[in-house]
Design a protein around this ligand. Structure first.
Ligand code: AMP
Length: 413
C-alpha cells in the first residue's frame, strides 16, 4: 500500500504548526480581553442542523457536505461551518438564559470543495458569535474585534473590509424575487452555473467569478433599493461607528455571503495578496436563525476566519518568537542556568534555549531568530552569581543580579 493523504487535507508541522499556535494564542488573548467564552463542539452533528439553515440550494449543502449514515441509519455530517453547531450547543446546554451570550471557538471544518491554494477540504476556522442583541453596537463590537485580531496577526498585509446590508428578511425576499426576474430576462447571457441559480439562489449569481456574469450583474437591481428605513438607519449607524473607530471600509452592494441565514449587516475582510481565495474572514447578522433552530427568538451576529489563509500571510514570525535567548558556556554552570530559568518562568518572561553548552552556537541561534537579548552564563557569572545581558541590537552588555533582570527588561521596552 502506498501511503498518501486525502486530497484537500494537509498535515500541520514545522512553521505551519508554529503559526497555527501563534494564531490560537492571539485569538485566546483577544477573546479573554473582550469577554467571549469558549465553546468547542463535536466535529459531527445531525445533518438536519445544516441543511435548512444554510439553504438547501446553497453550494455547501448541495455539493460540499461530508454526510454519512451512522449504523442506526441516522444521517450525520462533518461540520462545514461553526455558527449552527454553536447555536445548537448554546440551546442544548441551556446557555441562553443570560443574554447576551458571547462565545468563540476554533477548530476544523469540512467542505468537499475543489482544492486549490487557500482552499482545502479540511481547514481550520476561528469563530466569534454574539447571541441575543440586535443593537448595532454588537455589529461594531464583532467587526472591530475581527479588525483587531487580523491587524495583530498581519500588520503588514493590505486588508480591506467590505460591508453591506441585506435588510430584514422581508426586504431580502422581495429583493430575491426581483433579482430572479432580472436574471430571467438575461438568461441566455449567463454562465451555465449561474443559470441553475436563477430560481433557487439568485443572490449567488452576484458573486460569480465568470466575467460575463459580472458584466450582467453590474446592471442588476441593488439591495440598497429594497431595504427598509429601519435597516437603512441601522446600516448608517454601523458606518458612523466604524468611522469613529477609524476602521476603513468599502460599501459593496454585491456582497451577499453564501449561506441563507444572513440578513442585516454582512461583511468580509479581503486581501489582494492571496490570489483568487481572497477572503480572510466573513460574517454577518442572522436574526431569526436561533428561533428557526428551536431556540428562543433572539438575534445573532458573528464571523468566521480561515486559519490557513491567515497563516499563509504571516511573513514575519520574528515578532512572535521568544525575544530572550539563553547562552551557557559549560555544563558545570547548570545550577546557575536552572536558577534563571525558574526566575524567568516565575515572572512570565518567555525565553528560548537551544540545549547546547556552547556560547558561540547559542549566540548564533539568537541572531538567526532575531532575538533582542541574550542572557550569558559563563565562568565569571557562575562564580560571582550574576548574569550578563547582551542587547543584540546595540551590542551593549550589562551585568545584573537576578532580581534586577525583570525591571531591566521592562525599562528597555
Ligand atoms: P465562510 O464560512 O465560507 O464564510 O468562510 C469563512 C472563512 O473561512 C473564509 O473567509 C476563509 O478564510 C475560510 N475558508 C472557507 N472555506 C475554506 C476552505 N475550503 N479552505 C480554507 N479556508 C476556507
Amino acid at each position: 500500500m502506498k501511503l498518501r493523504s486525502v486530497r484537500g487535507t494537509h498535515d500541520l508541522f514545522g512553521d505551519h504548526i508554529n503559526k497555527f499556535n501563534i494564531i490560537q494564542k492571539v485569538v485566546l488573548k483577544y477573546a479573554e480581553l473582550n469577554n467571549f467564552k469558549q465553546i468547542q463542539t463535536p466535529i459531527f452533528e445531525f445533518t438536519e442542523l445544516f441543511e435548512k439553515p444554510l439553504g438547501e440550494q446553497s453550494d455547501v449543502v448541495l455539493k460540499e457536505m461530508y454526510t454519512f449514515k451512522d449504523r442506526n441509519d441516522e444521517l450525520l455530517t462533518l461540520r462545514p461551518e461553526y455558527t449552527t453547531p454553536m447555536i445548537r450547543a448554546a440551546v442544548t446546554n441551556n446557555l441562553l438564559n443570560e443574554l447576551p451570550l458571547k462565545v468563540y471557538g476554533l477548530g476544523p471544518m469540512f467542505r468537499r470543495e475543489r482544492p486549490q491554494k487557500g482552499r482545502y477540504r479540511q481547514f481550520n476556522q476561528i469563530n466569534f458569535e454574539i447571541f441575543g442583541s440586535n443593537d448595532y453596537i454588537a455589529d461594531l463590537e464583532i467587526i472591530s474585534l475581527a479588525h483587531d485580531i487580523l491587524n495583530h496577526l498581519l500588520p503588514e498585509t493590505n486588508i480591506i473590509l467590505h460591508i453591506n446590508s441585506l435588510g430584514d428578511r422581508d426586504n431580502l425576499l422581495e429583493y430575491k424575487k426581483n433579482l430572479t426576474k432580472f436574471f430571467e430576462l438575461n438568461k441566455l447571457k449567463l454562465s451555465e452555473e449561474s443559470n441553475q441559480k436563477i430560481y433557487s439562489n439568485p443572490l449567488r449569481i452576484l458573486d460569480s467569478k465568470n466575467e460575463q456574469d459580472i458584466e450582467i450583474s453590474k446592471k442588476a437591481p441593488s439591495i440598497s433599493d429594497y431595504i427598509s428605513s429601519q435597516s437603512k438607519k441601522n446600516f448608517e449607524d454601523v458606518k458612523v461607528g466604524l468611522n469613529s473607530y477609524n476602521i476603513k471600509f468599502i460599501e459593496n452592494y454585491k456582497l451577499v455571503r453564501g449561506l441563507d441565514y444572513y440578513c442585516g449587516t454582512v461583511f468580509e475582510f479581503k486581501t489582494n495578496e492571496l490570489g483568487s481565495q481572497d477572503t480572510l474572514l466573513g460574517g454577518g447578522r442572522y436574526d431569526g436563525l436561533i428561533g428557526t433552530l428551536g431556540g428562543p427568538d433572539i438575534s445573532g451576529i458573528g464571523w468566521a476566519a480561515g486559519i490557513e489563509r491567515i497563516s499563509m500571510l504571516m511573513k514575519n514570525m520574528d515578532n512572535y518568537l521568544s525575544n530572550i535567548h539563553l547562552a551557557v558556556s559549560n555544563e558545570r554552570f547548570k545550577s546557575h542556568l536552572i536558577k534563571i530559568m525558574k526566575y524567568l518562568k516565575l515572572n512570565k518572561i518567555s525565553f528560548f534555549w537551544n540545549y547546547k553548552y556552547n556560547l558561540k552556537k547559542s549566540l548564533s541561534k539568537a541572531s538567526i531568530n532575531k532575538a533582542s537579548y541574550v542572557v550569558i552564563i559563563g565562568e565569571n557569572e557562575f562564580n560571582k552569581d550574576f548574569y550578563t545581558i547582551k542587547n543584540l541590537n546595540s551590542g551593549i552588555q550589562t551585568e545584573l543580579n537576578i532580581e534586577e533582570i525583570h525591571k531591566f527588561l521592562n525599562d528597555q521596552s
